[in-house]
Design a protein around this ligand. Sequence first.
Ligand SMILES: Cc1cc2nc3c(=O)[nH]c(=O)nc-3n(C[C@H](O)[C@H](O)[C@H](O)COP(=O)(O)O)c2cc1C
Length: 175
Amino acid sequence: VDTEAFDFLTARLDNPLVVVTTASGDQRAGCVAGFHTQCGIEPMRYAVWLSKANMTYRTGVFATHLAVHYLDVVDHDLAELFGAHSGEDIDKFARCDWAPGPGGVPFLTRCPNRVVLERISIWDGGDDHACFVGEPVDASRGAELIPLRLSAALDIEPGHAVEERVKADDVVAQR
Ligand SMILES: Cc1cc2nc3c(=O)[nH]c(=O)nc-3n(C[C@H](O)[C@H](O)[C@H](O)COP(=O)(O)O)c2cc1C
C-alpha cells in the first residue's frame, strides 16, 4: 500500500475530535477519539473505535453506555487532558466538571454537544482498535459547534501508544 497516499487522504479528512467517556461499576474512563462516525440511519447507529491500549477500552467493554462529546475549537485543554494522559496515571474527572448520566457515564459539563450511546455490539477484528457500535439514546446541543479537528491537536502526544494494547483474554483476567 502507498502509505504516503493513505496518510495524505486521511489527513485531508481532518476528523473532528471527540471525548468518549464511559463507566463500569465505580470505574470511570474517557479518552480523545478521532475514529468515530454515524454508521446507520434506520435504526440510527453511531460507532467509535477505541484502542485496546486505553483504559477507556478496558472500561468500555464492561459498560452499557458511552458518551460522545464533540470538542469545540475552544476545548484544546480538554483534548490535552483526555488525549495526552491515561486514567491509569491521573484522575481526569478530578480535573474537570462532570455529572453522571445513564449507566453512570460521565457527562463533561463543558461540552453541551453530546450524543449518548447505548452499546449494541463490539466489532473486534483482532487489530489495535475495536469498534463499539451504539444506539443514540440521548443527544443535546449547544448554540454552536466549531469542531476541534485533528490538525489542531497534532501537538498532543497520545497517553498510550497503540502498540501497548492488551489482548482480550488479559482484560477478562484483570477483572
Ligand atoms: C488527536 C488524537 C486522536 C486520538 N484518537 C483516538 C481514537 O480514535 N481512539 C482511541 O482509542 N484513542 C485515540 N487517541 C488516544 C487516546 O486519547 C489517548 O491514548 C488517551 O491518553 C487514552 O487514555 P485512557 O488510557 O485513560 O483511556 C487519540 C489521541 C489523540 C491526541
